[in-house]
Design a protein around this ligand. Structure first.
Ligand code: NAD
Length: 452
């Protein structure tokens, strides 16, 4: 690793990976990849169309039977080798993510750890594919349940965790014996292309992993989604796109896995250790500039500690150095694109006009790139748009509550149910919250809960 961005990017594949060969798009088109910290182009990659997508699926179909029959131990060893190679190349992956997505280098490095764990975990799972043996109800026969690879999968990933969202899909599919076509987000295709090269180096056979990059996600995906040879769709991204993909999948009765948006409530009760609550809140909000599905979106704080909590969050937010993620002291990088800045600014302005008070921040930064000040708002009313919308930016929105019932009512007042956070010293209350909060995951006295 030289640490030189231009040299690193020159070594990243820029074409489609189809059947083990790096291939230009059929129409010869490319699209630009930008660094959000500078708003400058850093690379061009192949721009696939529907015919490229079909070719990628052809390759996944051709490789499917052989890969399904590969001994699990062999699949496990390939994934484990990929994990090891990722450790060797971790500085390159970290820098590449910072360049195309903007997160600070330390966070990119943490994502290499997080993303790598999916390779390690599923290398271990590959050899533990079990079934079930039972007695049928009549007692006259036995029931054997066995597991089989479903076949070719289409994997669509978002831009916010360019490495981890790819390994989280590729590793389990390959471990199970499935072949895949991966389509990374158009804003951050480089990390997936670089990962695909790593997987080849680790020994993934031709056609098992195919990658298409495209500026026209909808049209290009349609040719795969309507192909009866596709067996499964796995999507991580926004809820509206997920809904539209589920409708398309229904036409083919496709198996689906959907990881969609979030609107996490972060509850602070008056018996919480406030130092710990602030530390957890900083992570739950400002990690990844707030651009995480698990980001705390609504801070619900018991009235008696609201003032203190808001003050301390503002003090901490003001200390965060905003800048280019490649600079070592940077704690908050740019948002992903100009549209994201406008969305955050609109949400903050709306909250203000509805009576929220700005404790700190609330403005974009006057410099190249897409920077927004770490912001703390208090007295945010329930009708402010940011309480019902994924903010996806560095904005702490605090709403006070009086008692546990009100906290639960406010927390559950959303169609999202991904994750919640609770700070309290009472174990009994913590356990009650697990029952009462309608979220799939709950962090108790912790601000980060993602792991393999
Ligand atoms: P997005 O939905 O805009 O895009 C996600 C992916 O879908 C991209 O690859 C995009 O190119 C593709 N896509 C967009 N429209 C499509 C269409 N019509 N057909 C096929 N593909 C299409 O989301 P994003 O902005 O990239 O990511 C942010 C979103 O992802 C947030 O809502 C966030 O909460 C969510 N997310 C969820 C999880 C989770 O585990 N639940 C994890 C990370 C991100």
């Amino acid at each position: 690793m030289s640490g030189d961005p231009a040299e690193l990017i020159a070594g990243v594949p820029s074409r489609l990976l189809i059947g083990g060969t790096w291939t230009d798009a059929a129409q010869g088109r490319t699209f630009a990849v930008e660094n959000p910290a500078t708003a400058r182009k850093i690379a061009s990659v192949a721009d696939a169309d529907a015919s490229d997508a079909s070719a990628a699926l052809d390759a996944a179909v051709a490789a499917a039977d052989h890969w399904a029959a590969t001994p699990p131990r062999q699949r496990a060893e390939i994934l484990r080798t990929a994990f090891d190679l990722l450790q060797d190349r971790r500085d390159d992956f970290a820098l590449l993510m910072t360049l195309e997505m903007g997160k600070p280098l330390a966070e990119s490095d943490a994502e290499v750890t997080y993303g790598g764990e999916f390779l390690r975990w599923f290398s271990e799972e590959a050899v533990r594919i079990t079934g079930r043996y039972g007695v049928n109800p009549e007692g006259t026969g036995r029931t054997i349940v066995t597991r089989h690879p479903v076949g070719p999968c289409y994997l669509i990933t978002p831009w916010n965790f360019p490495l981890a969202m790819a390994t989280r899909k590729i590793a389990p599919a390959l471990a199970a014996g499935c072949t895949v076509v991966v389509k990374p987000a158009e804003l951050t295709p480089l990390t997936t292309l670089y990962l695909a090269q790593l997987m080849i180096d680790a020994g993934v056979p031709d056609g098992v992993l195919n990658v298409i990059t495209t500026s026209a996600a909808k049209q290009t995906s349609a040719s795969i989604l309507t192909d009866p040879r596709l067996r499964k769709l796995s999507f991580t991204g926004s809820t509206p796109v997920g809904i539209s993909l589920l409708k398309q999948a229904a036409d083919q009765v496709l198996r689906t896995s959907m990881e969609l948006g979030g609107n996490a409530p972060f509850l602070v009760f008056d018996d919480a250790d406030l130092d710990e609550a602030v530390a957890g809140a900083m992570l739950a909000k400002f990690r990844n500039m707030g651009e995480a599905c698990t980001a705390a979106n609504r801070f619900l704080v018991q009235e008696s500690v609201t003032e203190k909590f808001a003050r301390r969050m503002a003090d901490r937010a003001q200390e965060l150095k905003v800048g280019d993620g490649t600079e070592p002291e940077t704690r908050i990088g740019p948002l992903i694109e100009a549209k994201a800045i406008r969305k955050v600014q609109d949400l903050v302005n709306d909250a203000r006009t509805r009576g929220a008070r700005v404790v700190t921040g609330g403005e974009t930064l006057d410099r190249a790139g897409y920077f927004y000040q770490p912001t703390v708002l208090r007295d945010v009313p329930a009708e402010a748009h940011l309480t019902s919308t994924e903010i996806f930016g560095p904005v702490v929105a605090i709403t006070p509550f009086s008692d546990e019932d009100e906290a639960v009512r406010l927390a559950n007042d959303t169609p999202y149910g991904l994750v919640s956070y609770v700070y309290t010293k009472s174990l009994a209350r913590g356990q009650r919250m697990m029952e009462r909060l309608e979220t799939g995951m709950m962090g108790l006295n912790t601000g980060v809960i993602s792991n393999a």
